[in-house]
Design a protein around this ligand. Structure first.
Ligand code: DP6
Length: 321
C-alpha cells in the first residue's frame, strides 16, 4: 500500500457567485454558483501516512497550521480509527488574499486522500466531500467551466459540482490585479455569515442567483462574451451590494480596486472583450478573450496601487500527480 499521495488543483473564480448558506454545519450553499478553473494558480498537496498514531498535521507553505479543518475532511474519506496523516500543501500564488486558496487546497486534498485510502470516487462524489471543507472547493474538482448545485436534500447528497465544458470549449484568459498582498480583513465564511444574519438585501440577492445561472450557462454554451460579461459583473456587484448592506457593512474594496473596475469598463466600452469580477477581497479579476490579455494586463499594471498582475488561461480539474 502506498504511504503518500500527491494531487494538484487549480484555483477557481466564480462568475455567478456563492454567498450564503442553507446549512452552516454541513456547509450547504443557499444557491448554486458557476466558475472557471484557472491553470496557473494552483495548489499541490501531499497526504502522507504518519508513522506514529498521533494527530493529523497540516503544513501550508511549510508552516504548521491548525489541522482541525483538514481532519474533518480526511475523516470523510479514511476508515474509522484509520491512520493519522501529515498534509503538506503549497500554493504558487498569494495565500488568503481573496485568491481562492482554500478552493484549490481542499480540492487537491480530497483527490490525494481518496487515492491514499483506496476510496474510488468520481469527481462529482469528491466534490460533495470537498464542499464540506469549503464551498468553492467543490468547483475545483472540474476544469474549464463548472456549476455548483445547491441541491435540496437536508443531508446535502445532491449538493455537488458539475463540469459544464472543458477549458478548450472557450479559451478565456484571466488577468488578476493584486492591489493588496496582505490577508483579507474578513474571511468569505465570516463575511457571508454576517451578510445572512444582518443584510436586508440578502434574500433579494439569493433570489436572483437561479436566473443568473441560466443566463451564464447559455452565454457560455453560445460563447457570447457580451452576455457573459453582463451577467458576471451583475452577479459580483449584487453579491457586494448584499455585503455592503450588512451590519457593520463589509467593504472589501480599496481605491485601486475601484480604479480597476472603471478601467475594465472603459476598455470594454472601447471595444476590448473584458469584464471584471471580485471576491471577498480587494483583488480584481479581469476575464477576457486571449487576444485582449496583453492589453488588459498593461492597462491594469499602470493603475496606481496595483502591486502585481498575474495572467492565466483556464485549466483542468484536480488530479493526481
Ligand atoms: C466570494 O468557499 O471560501 O469567493 O464555504 O465558507 O468556505 P466557505 O466559503 P468560500 O466562499 C467563496 C466566496 C466567494 C464567491 C465564490 O467563490 O463563489
Amino acid at each position: 500500500m502506498a504511504t503518500s499521495a500527491t494531487a494538484r488543483a487549480g484555483a477557481n473564480i466564480a462568475l455567478v457567485k456563492y454567498w450564503g448558506k442553507r446549512d452552516a454545519r454541513l456547509n450547504l450553499p443557499a444557491a448554486g454558483s458557476l466558475s472557471i478553473t484557472l491553470a496557473a494558480l494552483e495548489t499541490v498537496t501531499t497526504v502522507s501516512l504518519a508513522p506514529e498514531p498521533a494527530a493529523d498535521e497540516f503544513f501550508l507553505q511549510g508552516r504548521a497550521e491548525d489541522a482541525a479543518p483538514v481532519t474533518r475532511v480526511l475523516d470523510l474519506l479514511r476508515p474509522p480509527a484509520g491512520p493519522r496523516c501529515r498534509v503538506d500543501s503549497a500554493n504558487n500564488f498569494p495565500t488568503g488574499a481573496g485568491l481562492a486558496s482554500s478552493a484549490s487546497g481542499y480540492a487537491a486534498l480530497v483527490v490525494a486522500a481518496a487515492h491514499l485510502f483506496g476510496v474510488e470516487l468520481g469527481a462529482r462524489e469528491l466534490s460533495v466531500i470537498a464542499r464540506q471543507g469549503s464551498g468553492s472547493a467543490a468547483r475545483s474538482l472540474f476544469g474549464g467551466f463548472c456549476q455548483m448545485h445547491a441541491g435540496e436534500l437536508p443531508g446535502g447528497e445532491d449538493c455537488h459540482a458539475e463540469g459544464l465544458f472543458e477549458a478548450s470549449h472557450w479559451p478565456l484568459e484571466v488577468v488578476v490585479a493584486i492591489t493588496d498582498r496582505g490577508p483579507k480583513a474578513v474571511s468569505s465564511r465570516d463575511g457571508m455569515n454576517l451578510t445572512m444574519a444582518t443584510s436586508p438585501y440578502y434574500r433579494a440577492w439569493v433570489d436572483t442567483v437561479p436566473g443568473d445561472l441560466a443566463l451564464a450557462r447559455e452565454a457560455i454554451a453560445r460563447r457570447d462574451f457580451e452576455a457573459l460579461a453582463a451577467v458576471a459583473e451583475s452577479s459580483a456587484l449584487k453579491m457586494h451590494a448584499s455585503a455592503l448592506a450588512a451590519s457593520p457593512g463589509l467593504l472589501y474594496w480599496n481605491a485601486a480596486t475601484m480604479a480597476c473596475l472603471h478601467a475594465v469598463r472603459q476598455l470594454r466600452a472601447d471595444g476590448t472583450p473584458v469584464f471584471f469580477t471580485i471576491d471577498a477581497g480587494p483583488q480584481v479579476k479581469a476575464v477576457c478573450l486571449p487576444e485582449a490579455a496583453g492589453r488588459v494586463a498593461t492597462m491594469l499594471t499602470a493603475i496606481n496601487g496595483v502591486r502585481e498582475v498575474l495572467r492565466t488561461p483556464l485549466g483542468p480539474g484536480a488530479r493526481l500527480v
